[in-house]
Design a protein around this ligand. Sequence first.
Ligand SMILES: *Cc1c(COP(=O)(O)O)cnc(C)c1O
Length: 413
Amino acid sequence: MERTAVLERFDVNNVRKDFPILTRTVNGKPLVYLDNGATTQKPRQVIDAIAHYYTQLNSNVHRGVHHLSQLATDAFEVTRRKLKPFINAAHEHEIVLTKGTTESINLVATCYGKAFLHAGDEIIISTMEHHSNIVPWQIVCEERGAVLKVVPINEAGELDMAAYRSMLSDRTKMVAITYVSNALGTVNPVKEIIDLAHASGAAVLVDAAQAIQHLPIDVQALDVDFLVFSGHKMYGPTGIGILYGKEKWLNAMPPYQGGGEMIKEVTFAKTTYNELPFKYEAGTPNIEAGICLAHAIDYIQEIGLDQIARHEHELLEYATRRLLEIPGLRIIGTAKEKSSVVSFLLDGVHPYDVGVILDKLGVAVRTGHHCTQPLMDRYGIPGTVRASIAVYNTTEDIDALIAGVERAAAMLR
Ligand SMILES: *Cc1c(COP(=O)(O)O)cnc(C)c1O
């Protein structure tokens, strides 16, 4: 009963009306936007908030006593206040605003590295990590003399959990793992990964860049030490990112950058640092994006992540079934638990050429290595064609994708 009632309330055509860009054409065809893993489109609520900020509020935050600065500061802090229940953080000051997932990971790698990593310590990542969850750890390993270990995956694109268990030891200081793979769509068993890491005394960073907009996340239930994600992949503005960190870590680590805002008192002899979270927020932040992210959170919560996940899952299953009907098409990433991403290859055809033909038909997908070159190497492929799904996609979008891929197959083979 309840399920029916909920489903009735979700009408994708109503959702689509909130996204002005979806009415435009590309190459003379209606836009079919299936590159949501790269960035999502923005609803009118977020676009209007951006205009409102610049017409009514524009001012620097946390500084002036004047009216506009107070208004901007309050609006900026509303976002932090909304993020707390959104991920169920214990404290608002455990939420640091950055410019994106990449900066959040670099912050943790740098500051955690300075505080806790020594020669011979080990960091574990996985084969399916985004370059942003590989390179910062390589840099810090080089600096500290630590060792990077990589959990392998099976052919389906699932983590080899037995290998993970055997890699953990008292030398392991950090496990940095993606929640959902941006290239394969695999949903990793992060709770189990975290529990095993904690049993070995290691901290865990979860890259939630592809999870936060698709499934409900509770940082306290997960007991995760750090969780990172980007505003622009969750219907919000570009240039704002989130770092959730447990208070004990954020207090124990040194600051990331020095400058305004992150200080309590500066003299030439000694500087003391501001309290959390400002200790990690040096300089003027992206105020516009910070304020307007709150509207993206509201938007997601009004629809509800359960409802979003159900809709996207239906489309993912439909897309998978239809793609597999195309002769010579291979799906890369066939994990049991998947979310929102389907990556594929047409036998004997370069992914780029498929992408070009799809673009001519108004269908936006991503082609290439998806910032996961080691993962592509694991499969011995140069890249894939990736369709990634968001709340506003429809079965008609999938039909357009299928028609385009069939056309590409006919033209290129
Ligand atoms: C997009 C993405 C990142 C990087 O996010 P930015 O917003 O570019 O900083 C990291 N990890 C995953 C899994 C991603 O999809």
